[in-house]
Design a protein around this ligand. Structure first.
Ligand code: AMP
Ligand code: ZN
Length: 465
């Protein structure tokens, strides 16, 4: 299995630290608003990475943080506090906002068939861990206190920019134009580990620390949570490309200075989803969410298919035209599979099946080429030498990774079942009473809900479209 490693700037063969066990960390959402579908592109691609590793025999332990404190508008510790901004917008407390948007995030995440990570932890639940790391960094000269805040001193490292391979000057400019500089830092690239002198008078969440009453910086939470739950050595760290600098750069700086050794071997980054006006951002006001797609009548899994049709390292531009195409592609796929499901015939052609599984695997193992993996799925559907049962077997197998509900049985709730059975009984009575108009009316009512009834010799059967 190989994929692109931002740290080495090349495709690397994946070698786990501990045999078949893989430790994977994902930067979670900042829960001050809904996740936009750009954020969710990153999570879909990370989900594919996790499921591919499972598919080829690894056990993955994945951990994700929920950022509910410390993330300011600019990733370089300036600007407004995102959580306070969310709370002010909705006249709620920070905790209420965090709770509401964490639930909304989980719903959207799961609607896209992403597997919720085994370990999910809130930034505010791990304050002791950050205090432990920061104390150690201060003791060992990697951090300093200035105007009450604790900063990481980036000049203490030979290779602070190892993840970006950029020159210092470029990166400092890139740190974000248009935000006022923190004059208490010794060096422009230094970053905050702990704030006590908050410029936000209304800062809601604060904790006692050896350096005074305050709150953690954004970057320390991911080092703290990752080390606490996954240990000192990490196989893969994931995020969107905007996380490379400064967030992941700072995570490496503080984690490796604290641990005294290399921390993470592979850095997996997903390119952005843009809209026609450019970068998708929550601060822009109106933004695209999973709920908005649903309101417009799209199945969230059609969006997943849209994402899988492109490579995770390429910028993807969203448009409703493109979404319409993905949607019709999804519907066609499902209806083709439905025909197979209604005709489950033929023996499994073991040799051909194995060949297809190997082809599918090699697409994914080649830097997660999901678009090529989908082509293999289409090849399976077209292949007349494969029996229907072989095709169904393969589709089910591929869907362990693709997670497009390709083969999912029509699940029907007890309430719906009861409703249909009552209607069928009403129609039977109507026919007995020779009230054919009423019988037709009942059939049409069911049809309008996508429920097709059929009179067979064995009785009335139904199918849900
Ligand atoms: P946030 O909630 O802003 O902390 O971001 C959550 C995740 O979404 C991070 O991994 C970001 O790198 C990623 N992300 C942010 N914007 C985009 C975008 N337009 N396309 C893809 N991923 C994004
Ligand atoms: Zn992070």
């Amino acid at each position: 299995m190989k994929f692109y490693n931002t740290l080495t700037r090349e495709l690397n063969e994946f070698k786990s630290i501990d045999g078949k066990n893989v430790k994977m960390y994902t930067c979670g959402p900042t829960v001050y608003h809904y996740a936009h579908i750009g954020n969710l592109r990153s999570y879909i691609c990370e989900d594919i990475l996790e499921k591919t590793l499972n598919y080829i025999g690894y056990n993955v332990t994945r951990c994700m943080n929920i950022t509910d404190v410390g993330h300011l508008s600019s990733d370089s510790d300036t600007g407004e506090d995102k959580m306070l901004k969310g709370a002010a917008r909705e006249h709620k407390t920070v905790l209420e906002i965090a709770d509401y948007y964490t639930k909304a995030f989980k719903q959207d995440f799961e609607k896209l068939n992403n597997k919720w990570p085994k370990i999910v932890s809130k930034a505010t639940d791990n304050i002791d861990e950050y205090i432990k790391i920061i104390t150690n960094l201060l003791d060992n000269g990697y951090a300093y206190i200035s105007n009450g805040n604790v900063y990481f001193d980036t000049t203490k490292l030979k290779d602070y920019y190892q993840l970006t391979n950029h020159k210092e000057d470029e990166m400092v400019v890139g740190a974000r134009a248009g935000v006022e500089e923190d004059t208490y830092k010794k060096n422009q690239a230094d970053f905050v580990l702990w704030f006590t002198k908050s410029k936000f008078a209304d800062q809601e969440l604060k904790w006692n620390s050896p350096w005074g009453y305050g709150y953690p910086g954004w970057h320390i939470e991911c080092s703290g949570i990752s080390i606490k739950y996954l240990g000192e050595y990490l196989d893969i760290h994931c995020g969107g490309v905007d996380n490379i600098f400064p967030h992941h750069t700072n995570e490496i700086a503080q984690s490796e200075s604290y641990l005294g050794h290399k921390w993470c071997n592979y850095w997996f980054h997903v390119e952005h989803l843009n809209d026609s006006s450019g970068k998708m951002s929550k601060s822009k006001g109106e933004f695209l969410t999973v709920s908005l797609l649903e309101e417009k009548g799209y199945n969230p899994l059609a969006y997943r298919l849209f994402v899988l049709n492109s490579h995770y390292r390429k910028v993807l531009t969203f448009s409703f035209d493109a979404m319409d195409q993905a949607s019709s592609m999804y519907d066609k796929l499902i209806s083709k599979i439905k025909i197979l499901k209604n005709n489950p015939i033929g023996d499994i052609n073991t040799i051909l099946v194995e060949e297809y599984i190997n082809k599918f695997k090699s697409c994914l193992m080649d830097d997660l080429n999901t678009a090529n993996a989908l082509t293999i799925l289409y090849d399976v559907l077209k292949d007349s030498s494969l029996s229907n049962n072989s095709k169904l077997y393969l589709i089910k197998d591929f869907d362990k990774v693709l997670s497009l509900d390709l083969i999912k049985e029509n699940e029907i709730s007890d309430d719906l079942k009861k409703y249909i059975e009552e209607k069928i009984e009403d129609r039977r009575q109507a026919k007995l009473n020779k009230n054919y108009a009423l019988a037709d009316q009942i059939r049409d009512e069911l049809m309008s809900k996508g429920i097709i009834i059929k009179d067979t010799r064995e009785g009335v059967t139904y199918e849900i479209k």
